[in-house]
Design a protein around this ligand. Sequence first.
Ligand SMILES: CCCCCCCC/C=C\CCCCCCCC(=O)SCCNC(=O)CCNC(=O)[C@H](O)C(C)(C)COP(=O)(O)OP(=O)(O)OC[C@H]1O[C@@H](n2cnc3c(N)ncnc32)[C@H](O)[C@@H]1OP(=O)(O)O
Length: 235
Amino acid sequence: MHTSFTGPPAADTHPTPATAEELERHKAAITRLGNELRALVEAAVRTAATPDTLHRVAEGVRHVTGQLTGRRRARADIPEVDEFPAGTRIYSPVTGAGSPLAPPLRVTPTDDGLIGHCTLGIAHEGPPGYGHGGMSAMLLDELMGRACAAAGAPGLTISLQMRYHRPVPLETPLRILARVTGTDHRKSFVTGSITTEADPATDLVTAEGVFVAPDPRRVRALFPGLTADGDPAGG
Ligand SMILES: CCCCCCCC/C=C\CCCCCCCC(=O)SCCNC(=O)CCNC(=O)[C@H](O)C(C)(C)COP(=O)(O)OP(=O)(O)OC[C@H]1O[C@@H](n2cnc3c(N)ncnc32)[C@H](O)[C@@H]1OP(=O)(O)O
């Protein structure tokens, strides 16, 4: 069972599915909080404030956090606003508008795969001024996984080979591509790349990955929040 933060308390009664309008309202609120949290994270890793100020802000943030710890979803619950496995995952650390960890990556289809756009901030830094290599892997893993889902075979990563050709600049619009190049039963073979928007001919990072659509019995065990038809339970 998933949790609606706006619906009735989760008891032994089945929650009423939210209307489309309620879901949109909820997504807008989650996105707004996500935007504020990303601004907070950026400010926190960039500030030159004094230790006294940092202590004062930490107290304030602790107070704010306390306002969100009342009703919570359980570990494997799929939020009602999500379209799993093919669409929006609002708290994804890569694409999620509600996640302070996400740049977030904005994804659209191309003729033969997916394209993602994002800008990394100083919170995603590896070498000074450049993106963390793990962030590049995360961006590509997600987009390549979503390319599988878009091609009709949502799967989990079983291998991801990264090649870092040049450092990825921060605060620079990036373009990420992913494309399924072949399939073998439940396996999908996928390629991906990161370039800047300004110079799409120069690969900064490239990747090759293999994704496996889990056996249906595995799916039930791995994702108890999904019903047999692949929709979030109760939705
Ligand atoms: C309604 C359907 C929902 C489907 C699920 C969708 C999820 C994605 C949703 C939304 C996409 C959004 C984007 C997300 C992107 C992010 C991606 C990630 O970060 S994924 C997290 C990191 N990856 C893991 O944690 C996997 C850990 N591995 C496993 O759990 C299992 O290996 C699993 C479930 C992937 C496969 O298990 P089996 O039991 O279903 O399949 P078996 O029969 O063992 O293997 C099938 C074939 O794959 C090979 N294989 C399986 N696992 C392998 C491995 N780890 N390494 C090498 N080969 C492996 C096997 O050798 C076999 O190949 P042969 O047929 O013999 O050629």
